[in-house]
Design a protein around this ligand. Structure first.
Ligand SMILES: [Zn+2]
Ligand SMILES: [Zn+2]
Length: 101
């Protein structure tokens, strides 16, 4: 006899600008509200910034404070050249190595 299903999952939605997920008890991946957001927005919500872990929207997964702005301008410059823009990992790596000089 199966027992009544309990909400044992924790909502994995990362709110924009926050470093911690929602964490509400939920049946699926998200709690009720965030499951609705995900459905409406057709996305899993903001993703953690590669620099600081804050929830960010947009294609680069990097908040403005961590270099999202610079990265975007690098990509735009490369598009004009034309050159292949660096991946966000390459960009971060370059930034770190130039910083340490
Ligand atoms: Zn939630
Ligand atoms: Zn950041």
């Amino acid at each position: 006899m199966p027992t009544c299903k309990r909400a044992t999952n924790k909502c994995a939605w990362l709110p924009q600008g926050s470093t911690t997920v929602c964490g509400k008890n939920s049946y699926g991946k998200f709690c009720g509200v965030h499951a609705m957001f995900a459905r409406l927005g057709k996305s899993d919500g903001p993703r953690g910034c590669l620099g600081c872990g804050k929830g960010v929207r947009g294609q680069y997964q990097m908040c403005m404070d961590c270099g999202g702005r610079q990265y975007r301008s690098v990509v735009n410059q490369c598009k004009k050249m034309p050159r292949t823009p660096p991946t966000i990992e390459e960009f971060l790596h370059d930034r770190v190595s130039t910083k340490s000089i």
